[in-house]
Design a protein around this ligand. Structure first.
Ligand code: CO8
Length: 259
């Protein structure tokens, strides 16, 4: 799909999705709708891909929601817009295949919330992270108050949110907001290397792991174990599971067919 605001290419089973709303990839309504449409389209093409990489074109990953649209908001329109945003962010989070965020430049507010919907975040040394919303007398409203807590702890999150301060990539790594810091200009390259490692493994196992890891975090232990065992057991119906075990026993590389 080609749109001016979000575009993608699929190469060797990796879909590289680029936000392209210059100069800072502000997440205005049309951009968010394009993100949702692109991920919906990728879902329809899921047999052609195994990993998605999300990056920002231009000078940033994304500098947050479109502040210029805030002046017209009223409680009812704000609530409607936030609910639609939640839907869009969920489409990214629930993508069947792993989504790796390859981050450079600013990753702020709604941009950081979007990155937190991805499974794994690699950032280059130019990246800067923050929740600057309180500077506008608001606070993170696209799921950040929930999803950041899967990555970092409450006190660190409060420090970030109450001060609105930006932190560099190495500090974001320490806080748990990202998984790796890489040299400037190499976020996509390193994300592709990670994608290549993931794609060597059984794709149905990876997708099942994602589903369970994402869903069990909000469940009780008992509910989580139930879901884990259900999804695990469903893999026993797949040819790939048998192929994995057979290849191990026969000391050869498995040939997975995603069946
Ligand atoms: N929205 C709209 N425009 C933006 C945004 C933004 N978030 N960020 C940057 N821009 C624009 C600037 O207005 C400027 O445009 P112009 O050239 O027309 O004046 C251009 O991008 C370049 O920006 P700067 O000149 O400011 O560039 P600097 O390098 O000096 O600074 C910064 C870059 C640090 C990124 C700075 O622009 C900045 O602080 N931006 C705002 C960051 C921010 O506060 N983000 C959080 C927004 S709120 C949010 O994301 C969550 C809201 C919850 C959902 C709401 C849904 C209804």
């Amino acid at each position: 799909m080609e749109s001016q605001l979000v575009h993608y290419e699929i190469k060797d089973k990796v879909a590289i999705v680029s936000l392209d709303n210059p100069p800072m990839n502000a997440l205005d309504v049309p951009t968010k709708e394009c993100i949702r449409d692109v991920f919906t389209e990728l879902d329809a093409k899921r047999n052609e891909i195994r990993v998605v990489i999300l990056q920002g074109a231009n000078k940033a990953f994304a500098a947050g929601a479109d502040i210029k649209a805030f002046l017209d908001l009223q409680p009812d329109t704000a609530k409607r817009r936030l609910m639609r945003s939640h839907g869009m962010y969920s489409v990214v989070e629930n993508c069947e295949w792993p989504v790796i965020a390859a981050i450079h430049g600013y990753c702020l507010g709604g941009g950081l919330e979007l990155a937190l919907c991805c499974d794994i975040r690699y950032a280059d040394e130019t990246a800067q992270f923050g929740f600057p919303e309180v500077g506008l007398s608001i606070f993170p409203g696209n799921g950040g108050t929930r999803r950041a807590l899967y990555a970092t702890n409450l006190g660190r999150m409060k420090e970030l949110v109450y001060t609105g301060e930006m932190v560099k990539a190495d500090e974001a790594l320490r806080l748990g907001l990202i998984e790796k810091v890489v040299p400037a200009g190499t976020a996509l390259e390193k994300a592709l290397e990670l994608a290549a490692k993931i794609m060597k493994k059984g794709p149905l196992g990876v997708a099942a792991a994602k589903k369970v890891l994402n869903r069990t975090r909000d469940l009780t232990l008992e509910q989580g174990l139930e879901l884990e065992s259900d999804v695990w057991a469903s893999l026993a119906a797949t040819e790939d599971m048998k192929e994995g075990a057979r290849a191990f026993i026969e000391k050869r590389k498995p040939e997975y067919k995603c069946k």
